[in-house]
Write a protein that binds this ligand. Structure first.
Ligand code: ADE
Length: 226
């Protein structure tokens, strides 16, 4: 899978993909992430990519021209399944969206800055608009990193344990149950006996019950129990 990201602050997108699972995905040739510096695609002086908004008002708007130059140069060699603009007024990103995007071949992510991007780019080039939550970040880069991480770890072969993505929180609309590891007792706090029983049927039932309790307590909105 290939994820291209257009950004005015490409340095922000180096570290998130240089470690741990994202690095492994890259090293295994399963995920290729390319960050494109929008400033290299402007014809304006001093690498300008934004301007005052028509109609007045505070805040700069990213101009359509550099964005179109960037996307059209990428489209010469790549056909994108989705062109995604990260924006707080987009549809809320969730596990289900991550699952479906992980099946795509080529994604292009557009990071906004300042007051936003010229609406004409959204109208004519963007196929999907996603928000990572009801708060405003200073740019789309951190949101693009979140999306890439959530999608990338779902690509078959990226996680060492092939089943572990399936047992994540949200995969079945349940939060994940508690987990424990060594030592069996720490400061007198014991691991639940059932996990040490070796009885996998009982362990599965306990985990299911814990997941349900936790979801009911913390995220009742995920359950259809009315
Ligand atoms: N850009 C700024 N805030 C954002 C958010 N909450 N989600 C996605 N992109 C954003």
């Amino acid at each position: 899978m290939r994820i291209d990201i257009i950004s005015v602050v490409p340095d922000l997108l180096v570290s998130p993909f240089a470690h741990s699972i994202m690095k492994r995905a890259k090293d295994r040739g399963l995920l290729e992430v390319n960050v494109i510096n929008l400033r290299e695609h402007t014809t304006y002086a001093r690498a300008q990519v934004d301007h005052y908004q028509f109609g007045g008002g505070a805040g700069m708007v990213m101009m359509i021209e550099p964005l179109v130059n960037a996307i059209e140069s990428l489209q010469k060699h790549t056909v994108y399944d989705e062109v995604i603009f990260l924006t707080p007024d987009g549809e809320t990103f969730n596990q289900q969206t991550a699952n479906s995007l992980s099946l795509k071949k080529n994604l292009l992510l557009i990071c906004g800055h300042y007051k936003g991007i010229d609406q004409r780019f959204r109208d004519h080039f963007v196929t999907r608009e996603l928000s990572i939550g009801d708060y405003v970040l200073s740019g789309g880069e951190l949101a693009a990193a979140v999306l890439t991480d959530a999608i990338g770890r779902l690509i078959p072969g990226v996680l060492n344990d092939g089943t572990s993505a399936l047992t994540d929180s949200f995969q079945d609309n349940l939060l994940a149950p508690p987990v424990y590891t060594r030592p069996e007792t720490f400061r007198g706090w014991k691991v639940p006996d059932v996990l040490m029983s070796g009885n996998h049927k009982l362990i599965d039932e306990w985990r299911q019950e814990q997941a349900l309790c936790r979801t009911r307590e913390r995220r009742p909105d995920l359950l259809d129990e009315d």
